[in-house]
Design a protein around this ligand. Structure first.
Ligand code: GUN
Ligand code: ZN
Length: 487
């Protein structure tokens, strides 16, 4: 039997057959390509309806949001065991097509994609708010000493569990996350994420110099073998992914960076994550350590660490050649505005990034960053872009800010069609917003006259109180954190 195109499930007018558009771009939703060929609806089980307002991005590559005040999201378990979105649209259009569907109804609330954090350090959960005179003293006095504790698996499990529950409480359902130099820190994080059915990516930090004892890789070859072992153990298991994670150029020898690049070549679908061009003192140090490199970014490029699925945090002090090179290879900038403001690192240049066609998305960078909240990060990104710092400030639209932390971040991670959106085929991870969560939010959102104004009120006034529920894989995460309550 030929199945109808997945478009039929969110656009009642579409009569195309699946074969016509699961293999290429959809003619109705430009830019949308399903993550994998869709199964016929008949093979899906445990169908569930969620009725509320809806916010999503019909074209995941464009920051144009669509909002339905009374919508229906239909989810179900597809043949591969993953809970996905089957249909999305106005309640009045979809409800009659699913007459026996069990529906959870949240009047007055709004379902939106789970947030995607492009760069965060789980071992720095207890480092947030440690003041220092910039990045390098902050690393030396607070971060490095603290991270030594993650050699202890019990400690790493306890912090991972708290961290993941905290992410969900704030509506973040996917993150690209640093662990520490200890392989145990990766095992603990992956196990806790797996228990919660989350899509998470992490990796053992590679740092074989300029780091204290108990955090430094004392055997470079061993650190690379540990990386390979962890990739084989975790990458692609359930919803987990691995990221090759050199901390930053100053704490790795050339041998370690090049070794990491060779592993990247061997495993083309793992991610790569690091930091680049964050702070002026750091950049001076990189030039001393790598005099042959054209730029800080070039150190990674020469080592084979710049490619698709490579995500570099900060990217503040890049030049045009760097930006063009990142665009050319499909690398991503993880913009971390609360961290950049807190550590006094500088201001990401959106205008130059857009001129170069750079891929980017938002990140908290906890614990240099000061909050787990995507609302705080979006607000800080707006503030950063507004500054006139040798160039005119710009006003980022609220839909654009939201996109940078959802569909745009997912696309930058090469997870378009999987997370960060609610299009059919996307995995069913979403948040339920309560725009009346506080007296001020209720008052302010009631007076808005457009989608942009409504979203902006939430960006500026929001925090975790806005997140009434976080739903992961079709299950509502308990407010105090979701333990595995499923068979
Ligand atoms: N550069 C190297 N390590 C770090 C880190 O942990 N945080 C930030 N913000 N920058 C870094
Ligand atoms: Zn960082």
């Amino acid at each position: 039997m030929q199945s109808l195109c997945l478009k039929d499930w969110h656009d009642p007018g579409c009569e195309k057959l699946a074969a016509q558009c699961t293999t290429g771009p959809c003619p109705i939703t430009p830019g949308f390509i399903p993550a994998q060929p869709m199964n016929t609806p008949e093979t899906w089980t445990e169908l569930q309806g969620w009725r509320a307002g809806l916010l999503w991005f019909p074209d995941p590559h464009s920051p144009q949001a669509r909002h339905e005040t009374d919508g229906l999201l239909v989810t179900g378990q597809s043949a591969d065991g993953v809970v996905r979105v089957l249909a999305i649209g106005p309640y009045r259009d979809l409800a009659t097509r699913y007459p026996d569907l069990p529906v959870t109804h949240w009047p007055g609330l709004c379902i939106a994609p789970g947030f995607v954090d492009l760069h965060i350090h789980y071992p720095q959960t207890d480092v947030i708010g440690s003041p220092a005179d910039g990045l390098l003293p902050w690393l030396e006095h607070y971060t490095f000493p603290h991270e030594k504790q993650f050699a202890d698996p019990a400690y790493a499990h306890e912090v991972s569990a708290f961290f993941l529950d905290e992410l969900m409480r704030h509506g973040v359902t996917t993150a690209l996350c640093f662990a520490t130099a200890h392989p145990e820190s990766v095992d603990a994080f992956m196990a806790e994420a797996q228990k919660r059915h989350l899509r998470m990516v992490t990796g053992k930090v590679l740092q074989d110099r300029h780091s204290p004892d108990s955090l430094r890789d004392t055997d470079t070859a061993l650190s690379l073998r540990q990386t390979e072992d962890l990739i084989r153990r975790w990458h692609g298991v359930d919803r987990l992914g691995y990221a090759i994670t050199p901390r930053f150029a100053p704490t790795s020898t050339e041998a370690q960076l090049h070794g990491a690049g060779e592993i990247a070549q061997q495993f083309p679908d793992v991610w790569i994550q690091s930091h680049v061009a964050e702070n002026l003192d750091e950049i001076r140090w990189v030039h001393e350590l790598f005099p042959q490199a054209r730029s800080y970014l070039d150190v990674y490029d020469r080592a084979g660490l710049l490619r698709q699925r490579s995500v570099y945090a900060h990217c503040i002090h890049l030049d045009e050649t760097d930006r063009r090179r990142m665009t050319e290879v499909g690398a991503t900038a993880a913009i971390s505005p609360t961290s950049n403001l807190f550590l006094g690192s500088g201001f990401f240049d959106y205008t130059a990034a857009d001129a170069a066609g750079l891929h980017y998305g938002l990140a908290s960078d906890v614990g240099g960053g000061t909050s787990f909240s995507p609302f705080h990060t979006m607000h800080a990104a707006y503030t950063v872009a507004r500054q006139s710092v040798g160039r005119p400030g710009i006003s980022l639209a609220p839909e654009h800010l939201w996109w940078q932390h959802t569909a745009g971040a997912a696309a930058a991670l090469d997870l378009n069609g999987q997370v960060g959106n609610l299009l059919p085929g996307c995995e069913a991870d979403f948040v339920v917003l309560n725009p009346k969560a506080t007296p001020l939010l209720a008052r302010r959102t009631a007076q808005t006259e457009s989608l942009a104004e409504w979203l902006f009120a939430m960006v500026v006034l929001g925090d975790e109180r806005l997140i009434a529920h976080t739903v992961v894989q079709g299950h509502i995460a308990a407010p105090a954190g979701m333990s595995d309550n499923r068979a």
